[in-house]
Design a protein around this ligand. Structure first.
Ligand code: PMP
Ligand code: GLN
Length: 389
């Protein structure tokens, strides 16, 4: 019989809530995906790539033209050059990039620091490779990092020869809280990881969704940090097509070499015509530079509609998620509350305790505002009706 390698892992909350939304015919603000179409121009480019015959394996690292465009994009935005020959790989979404990074670097006994609430794939992947997750709980309403606590959690082998902590995983803009790492956060991270010779996995899937004039602090912007970081990105999040499962990883040559050794045996390469399409589409920077304005309007529209509701709300600073604090409405668990909202009010959200260490419940649910204005308006009418009676 099989011994489960992940005995404590249940089906992802995203599958659970989306299924529940369908069963109860509820508005689905749970799983993070847009309910509007991807750009017809981009769709046509995929179609064209298929007609042009790009229907066989792509190069293992990804289409070279696309890697060049990604390299240019990062250099323009963050002033750091990744060699498209050796330092970029196209992946099946950020999820595969994250899996591959961890598979390539984490061995039995290695400690990996993560900040909770954390995106759900980090912990199981670390555990699959025998690593140990060391969680640091961030707290509402601002979810800021106490770097002294991080320093305290970095551990060394008894002889003090090498760090037992191998990696720190960060995610800014942060899912689910909408928090951002500041420049000072990144400098602290740089200092600590240099001092202790740690790797960094910087999950930057929401890099282009950032509000109120804030600037994305990519790990690639900080020289010494870039030298020890794997950066992951998601075209699905940026270009409204999460179902295409396309993304990439950027890292210095030495790290990327190890990444590619594993990547070639996980997928070898990813979807060729989509890569061709993105290579052309990325040439127009407006396609990603306008995304923050687009989503800021959605956030503001939704927040305006929610004025006067019984939820406590701190505006999200990035991502397409908004946390809603229901502590003044109910003392149910967030899971029970989210279930009741789906069944009785026909609105599906994500209970965020599932992303916390030990399921800690701060009475926060997450909604996804990557929705048409009509859906947001309908959702806000329902959410505003929810009160403590
Ligand atoms: N990291 C975070 C923080 C996410 O929210 C997601 C969901 N898109 C991913 C990684 C995975 O991205 P992808 O869908 O491209 O695999
Ligand atoms: N990233 C999406 C979210 O946070 C979900 C992706 C998934 O379903 N695995 O909702």
């Amino acid at each position: 019989m099989i011994n489960s390698k992940l005995p404590n892992i249940e089906t992802s909350i995203f599958s659970v809530m989306s299924k529940m939304a369908t069963e109860h015919n509820a508005i689905n603000l749970s799983q993070g995906f847009p309910n509007f179409p991807s750009d017809p121009t981009l769709n046509a480019l995929v179609d064209q790539a298929m007609r042009d015959g790009f229907n066989q394996y792509a190069p293992m690292q990804g289409d070279f033209e696309l890697r060049m465009e990604i390299s240019k994009k990062i250099e323009n935005l963050h002033n750091h050059f990744y060699n498209p020959e050796t330092e970029i790989t196209i992946t099946a979404g950020a999820t595969q990039a994250i899996f591959t990074i961890i598979a390539a670097t984490i061995s039995k006994g290695d400690e990996v620091i993560i900040f909770t609430p954390a995106y759900d794939c980090y912990t199981p992947t670390v555990e699959l490779f025998g690593g140990k997750v060391v969680p640091i709980q961030l707290k509402p309403p601002f979810y800021t990092v106490d770097w002294k606590e991080v320093a305290d959690k970095i551990s060394c082998h008894p002889a003090g020869t090498a760090s037992k902590t191998k990696m720190i995983i960060i995610n800014s803009p942060h899912n689910p809280s909408g928090m951002l790492f500041s420049e000072d956060d990144m400098l602290e991270l740089q200092r600590l990881t240099e001092k202790n010779d740690l790797l960094v996995l910087s999950d930057e899937v929401y890099e282009h969704i950032i509000f109120d004039g804030n600037v994305h602090q990519s790990a690639s912007k900080f020289e010494a940090l870039a030298a020890r970081s794997f950066i992951t990105a998601s075209f699905g999040k940026t270009f409204h097509n999460t179902g295409w499962k396309m993304g990439y990883c950027a890292a210095p040559k030495k790290l990327m070499k190890e990444f590619q050794k594993v990547h070639q045996f996980i997928v070898f390469c990813v979807n060729h015509p989509f890569q061709k399409a993105f290579a052309t589409y990325l040439k127009d920077a407006n396609h990603y530079l306008k995304l923050s304005d687009f989503y800021q309007q959605k956030r503001d529209f939704f927040l305006h509609l929610m004025e006067g509701s019984n939820f406590k709300i701190i505006p999200s600073k990035g991502t397409y998620f908004q946390m809603l604090d229901f502590s003044e409405i109910s003392n149910e668990s967030d899971i029970a509350f989210a279930e009741r909202l789906t069944k009785d009010f026909k609105i599906a959200t994500i209970p965020t305790s599932v992303f916390n260490e030990g399921g800690k419940d701060f009475k926060q649910i997450r909604v996804c505002f990557a929705k048409t204005d009509e859906t947001l308006a309908e959702a806000a009418i329902i959410l505003k009706k929810i009160n403590s009676q």
